[in-house]
Design a protein around this ligand. Sequence first.
Ligand code: TRP
Length: 436
Amino acid sequence: MKIIPSPPRATWSRHWVFILACIGSAVGLGNIWRFPYITGLHGGGSFLVLYLAAVLFVGIPALLVELTAGKALRAEAVNAFRKMLRDKWWVSALPLALCLLILSYYLVIMGWTLFYAFFSLGGNHIPFSEAASGWALPLAGIACLALVELVSRMDIKDGLEKVNIYLFPIFFGSLVFILLHSLTLPGFSEAVSYLTTINMGEVTSPLNIINAITQAVFSLSVGMAVMLTYGSYLGKKADVFHSSLAIAVSDAAIAITGALVIFTISFTFSIPVSSGPQLAFESLPLAFLSLEYGEFLMPLFFILLLSAAITSAVSLSETLVDNLKIKTGSRRTASGAMLLLLLVFFIPSALSYSPLAADFTLNGIPFLEFMDAEIVGRLAPLVVVATIVSITWGWNGCRRELRKALPGFLVSPVYLMAKYIVPVAILTLQVLGFFS
Ligand code: TRP
């Protein structure tokens, strides 16, 4: 098939908009929905320690390397991989396929948040199982899909940038407000102690370590060509180092805040913290309602989740559309193509908890959970390895560009981490986790 030459690459209108967009991509359902439920399943404080170590030793080096490569190569992920790997450019299909899979169920959960944001406005609560039995949840998912489609058709200055600029204040304001409120609840101290109690047995479990790495890379949106794409819209003089630190610190801080809020409410109302993916949707809304100002706090919480989710979803769609556009020529047709591809996985995810699909499970779990835990949970670390190995081994400009981007004393540690230690560690853990 003919490859249409790419027009000149778009550039962020301001550097702070780039940082905001990266934070917007990183901070999402992963922080407020996934991090608390995974932490609740894997031992609270023990998991938090592993997660922070994973951010420091895996997430940050990967982010630095990916943004640096994006900025230097200044191309769509497929073409960036072509520059790095020549005929092995097909490796780029791995991160892009994962973006597609993540986005397909991310939109479904976004739909849940939209549904709850809307229906909780009047102080109503509809239990998740009841909501899931009707069409409202899948329809809300379709509304989210439509929104993402709309944004992805626009150039980054009109779509992506605006979405981030408008939504961040809403997100941040609601987060601060809800956090301040949860400080006054009786469960707060229990939440703090849950998140600071460490059990050595849990810290050394390979399965927990690999889960922490998955969570760190998922939460930072790293290793999946999204940061490569965002970096490719940077100008020559952009500072990748301080931006990466700002992104990683904000992301981790917001994940911890999210977990504190969720656990505070869980402990205040004796909701088991290990309830799994529905933790934020099943019992939490009910708990909100029994709080003072609950009819106000509950919609605020879901608006918070929704705004965080939108800025992440558009980063995934931007990456997909940017690459599809190499083949289709225009953004519009590319986003149409993305829609068709998304629907294949979106539909079974959207029907996961519906009585229509009660018998449709994989490995005994609903399709959406299967996608999140089995597909993304298992593949994300491997895809991160594929991406950073391509950059550090395949691209001979890597070390040179890192030297330009980082303070001198960090060049070798970051390079060696990304080139040898992270890939070997992830692969070893994956094997150990497989047998444990
Ligand atoms: N980081 C987002 C979150 O925490 C999700 C996300 C957006 C993502 N873009 C990504 C995850 C790219 C992996 C790869 O919710």
